[in-house]
Design a protein around this ligand. Structure first.
Ligand code: PAF
Length: 290
């Protein structure tokens, strides 16, 4: 594995690989890697000859009172995990390499960035879309892999790739969970033991709604109410919403199309997000084309 910090060197290494006809996969991350990230690496490796992982804690996607300065970082550990996972290139640029002096140009992701996390984190997806498009230009991958846990991020990136004619296939990997159901996240390390136990309310709420959905419930209100019962115990529920899985607009009152049940909640001072797709049984809906 090569560890690279400069864009020029990254380009040289990738061009060399590409000249041998190799397909390039890319996994962008902010580091503090866990099994969820390693699942993204494996998904890239299944489809590509070389896999580039980036580690960059992107300042432009954090709000002024968010956790940028304390975001968990452990580069030696991340480097070893990437090495052991057979990553081909680890790209870990400094902030000045990504945002040179007088940096001015941002990517505005529009409507998809407005609901859910975008409502509570204004500017977040503008920062994500900007850094992801810059990283795409640096790596020029054939395939880029993202985790479904960041459902809105996946929607924003998919739209951006279409709108900006970027020749990149976006692959989304289902959320990797701890054995008790908690979605893996670098921010889970902020939780005390007691908070870690209470954090389970989020996945339990989502699973309870899915169970009802699978049993035939299609009324959005009912599905939300079932999830909400579990989420009563979180310290602050920021949102619990059922949205159309493609547009992220509020889902129909009776579900006919795939929807995503999305939640953001505080456990202590830690903000966690999770989501689940309500799409199984879609074929049971009467107006689904054969
Ligand atoms: O999902 C993340 O870790 C980040 O939002 C990403 C995609 C690496 C952009 O900074």
């Amino acid at each position: 594995m090569q560890t690279i910090t400069k864009v020029a060197e990254l380009r040289r290494a990738i061009n060399e690989a590409r000249s041998g006809g190799k397909r390039v996969g890319f996994v962008p991350t902010m580091g503090y890697l866990h099994d969820g990230h390693l699942a993204l690496v494996r998904a890239s490796q299944m489809q590509c000859d070389i896999t580039v992982v980036s580690i960059f804690v992107n300042p432009t996607q954090f709000g002024p009172n968010e956790d940028l300065s304390v975001y968990p970082r452990d580069f030696p550990r991340d480097e070893k995990l990437c090495h052991d996972a057979d990553v081909t290139i680890l790209f870990a640029p400094e902030a000045q390499e990504v945002y040179p002096p007088r940096f001015h140009t941002f990517v505005d992701p529009g409507e998809l960035a407005k609901p859910l996390c975008g409502f509570f984190r204004p500017g977040h997806f503008r920062g994500v879309a900007t850094v992801v498009s810059k990283l795409f230009n640096m790596v020029q991958p054939d395939v880029a892999v993202f985790g479904q846990k960041d459902f809105q991020q996946c929607a924003v990136v998919r739209r951006m790739v279409i709108d900006l004619n970027l020749p990149i296939e976006i692959v989304t990997v289902p959320t990797i969970r701890e054995t008790d159901g908690l979605a893996m996240s670098s921010r889970n390390r902020y939780l005390s033991e007691e908070e870690r136990r209470r954090a389970l309310a989020i996945s339990r709420g989502l699973f309870a709604a899915v169970a009802k959905f699978q049993a035939g419930e299609r009324e959005a209100k009912e599905l939300l109410a079932i999830a909400k019962q579990h989420l009563e115990t979180v310290d602050r529920l920021q949102y619990l919403e059922l949205v159309d899985a493609d547009t992220l607009e509020p889902a129909e009152s009776t579900l006919h199309r795939p929807a995503a049940l999305c939640a953001a909640a505080y456990i202590g001072s830690t903000r966690l997000i999770d989501n689940i797709l309500l799409a199984a049984g879609y074929e049971l809906c009467p107006d689904t084309p054969a």
